[in-house]
Design a protein around this ligand. Structure first.
Ligand code: CA
Length: 228
């Protein structure tokens, strides 16, 4: 199998060096650049398999780079993992909503970095379950056609909105979704869903799911994800 190429965008030299070194050691091909402008140029020329993108960059910042790459038909499929600093929750939310695939908060351990990147590459290669496919994850089975959810073989009774929220999250275990993305996905069914009411839906869902409720994880300041 051809090794995957990763573009690392980071203006702090130490971090760029560390990330590049760890990823090369894992067998990835790595190109490092230190500015948003170079990131765009390199991404367009080389079409990497993944971009590790620091948000705080001089000049064109990470969010702008993310927006441009995700709006460009030739690069929009490339997964982007943001590197974020403390206090950048609002930027993380924006980044996810404009199409970033994941984020890694600084300071990070190199092992976590490698694991997250590997997970994103794996998730990107595997297409998510189709809208109508049954999903089996942990001890949970979700049948969209039957609108049925089984926890350890027992049916649980969900409202239509709760079902939509659960199905949306469970189709992509490990992905973080913002409240807005969840609202957008379940909008227009039986319930006027707002971002705060997503929290209410999640509380109800977790309660009905019992011990399986822990699979719906809160990502503080960002949103929710289904446990990978
Ligand atoms: Ca930086």
């Amino acid at each position: 199998m051809a090794r995957e190429n990763i573009l690392v965008v980071e203006d702090e030299e130490d971090i760029l060096e560390l990330v590049s070194y760890k990823l090369s050691k894992e067998g990835y091909g790595v190109t490092g650049v230190a500015s948003g402008e170079e990131a765009l140029k390199t991404a367009r020329e080389r079409l990497p398999d993944l971009v590790v993108l620091d948000l705080m960059l001089p000049g064109l910042d990470g969010l702008e780079v993310c927006r441009i790459l995700k709006n460009d038909p030739s690069t929009h499929h490339i997964p982007i993992v943001m590197l974020t600093a403390k206090g950048e929750e609002a930027d993380i939310v924006t980044g996810l909503e404009i199409g970033a695939d994941d984020y890694i908060p600084k300071p990070f351990s190199p092992r976590v970095l490698v694991a997250r990147i590997r997970a994103v590459l794996r998730r990107t290669i595997q297409a998510p379950a189709g809208e109508g496919d049954a999903i089996q994850v942990h001890d949970l089975v979700i049948h969209p056609g039957r609108h049925q959810v089984l926890v350890q073989g027992k049916t649980i009774d969900l409202t239509a909105t709760e079902f939509r929220v659960l199905h949306f999250l469970a189709r992509r275990p490990g992905w973080v979704f913002t409240r807005y993305q969840i609202v957008d996905a379940v909008h227009g069914y039986d319930y006027p869903v707002t971002d705060r009411s997503v929290d209410v839906q999640i509380v109800g869902l977790r309660k009905k799911m019992g011990p399986a409720g822990k699979y719906i994880q809160t990502v503080r300041g960002v949103g929710y994800r289904f446990k990978e």
